[in-house]
Design a protein around this ligand. Structure first.
Ligand SMILES: NC(=O)c1ccc[n+]([C@@H]2O[C@H](COP(=O)([O-])OP(=O)(O)OC[C@H]3O[C@@H](n4cnc5c(N)ncnc54)[C@H](OP(=O)(O)O)[C@@H]3O)[C@@H](O)[C@H]2O)c1
Length: 272
């Protein structure tokens, strides 16, 4: 039976709506998203209907918990990948899996990282190399590997997790950690220029203390918490969700004119 023009239009718009509901808002990969800041970022995107790839290095259980929460929040697709950002083979394998499943990648969040604390006299060459390898070389390896999928996307951006330690020496972290995060800032700025012709934006966030496993030992008593709060003009302990909100803004088209920038999420600790 032929449909009347009005019925036809109604049917068409219903189909379009249905498709729009099933289509992911976009495709996002968050490295080191089994817990902490990476988890909060993955969940922020999930709640907006993105297809989300969650990666972990060793804690599969935590990654599966993140995945389950992402699904409940409305992620269009959830993929859990074991990926060591220091291993080109491991990152390449993750690329193969995602490429066979998704048409492209809109957003890459380079979040995986490790903390290192201690003066140069206690820092061995092995410590130095390990920190630089995960925090800086890892960003290079993952970005270079996933570039073809980002280039295929109608819009794309990268957000790197730097740190206030990469902006000021006046912070509890080793020189290795500070240098790795300053390196991430340099990499961000250079890639912003280099990838602009492809329409890919590259930005970084630089948090101060954020309440995660990474800095748990600095805030595990009321006295220590108070000391950390007092370091920040806003007198607060920053939460992973605070960082996720900044990352979400920088990663998505709302910030389409912003690239090569470092957004401090530091409760006023660094105001320059
Ligand atoms: N927390 C802070 O105060 C703070 C402040 C400024 C910047 N940051 C930066 O924010 C990022 C996230 O920190 P966080 O506090 O959320 O850390 P976290 O709670 O310790 O979580 C680290 C995440 O990175 C993953 N990871 C570690 N090494 C990896 C490797 N070689 N390859 C792949 N994944 C790896 C971990 O996976 P597994 O669970 O499998 O081990 C985990 O998912 C880091 O880059 C950190 O430097 C943190």
């Amino acid at each position: 039976m032929a449909l009347a023009p009005q019925q036809l239009e109604e049917a068409r718009s219903a189909t379009r709506l249905e498709v729009r509901e099933e289509e992911p808002t976009g495709y996002v990969l968050v490295t080191g998203s089994s817990r902490g800041i990476g988890r909060a970022i993955a969940l922020r995107f999930a709640s907006e209907g993105y297809a989300v790839a969650i990666t972990y290095k060793s804690d599969q259980q935590k990654a599966l918990e993140t995945a389950e929460r992402a699904r409940r929040l409305g992620a269009a697709d959830v993929v859990v990948l074991k990926m060591d950002v220091t291993s080109p083979e491991s990152v390449q394998e993750a690329y193969r899996v995602l490429e066979s499943r998704w048409p492209h990648l809109n957003v890459l969040i380079n979040n995986a990282g490790i903390l290192h604390v201690g003066g140069i006299e206690e820092t061995s060459l092995e410590d130095w190399e390990r920190v630089i390898k995960v925090n800086l070389t890892g960003v290079f390896i993952v970005t270079k590997t996933f570039l073809p999928m980002l280039r295929r996307a109608p819009w794309a951006s990268i957000v790197n997790l730097a740190s206030i330690a990469g902006q000021t020496g006046n912070i509890v972290a080793s020189a290795a950690y500070a240098a790795s995060k300053a390196g991430v800032i340099g990499l961000t700025r250079r890639l912003a220029v280099e990838l602009a012709p492809y329409g890919i934006r590259v930005n970084a966030v630089a948090p101060s203390f954020v309440e995660t496993d990474m800095v748990r030992s600095f805030i595990d008593t009321p006295e220590k918490r108070k000391r950390i709060e007092e370091l920040h003009p806003l007198r607060m302990i920053i939460q992973p969700e605070d960082v996720a909100e900044a990352v979400y803004f920088l990663a998505t088209p709302a910030s389409r004119a912003i690239t090569g920038q470092v957004l401090g999420v530091n409760a006023g600790r660094l105001t320059c």
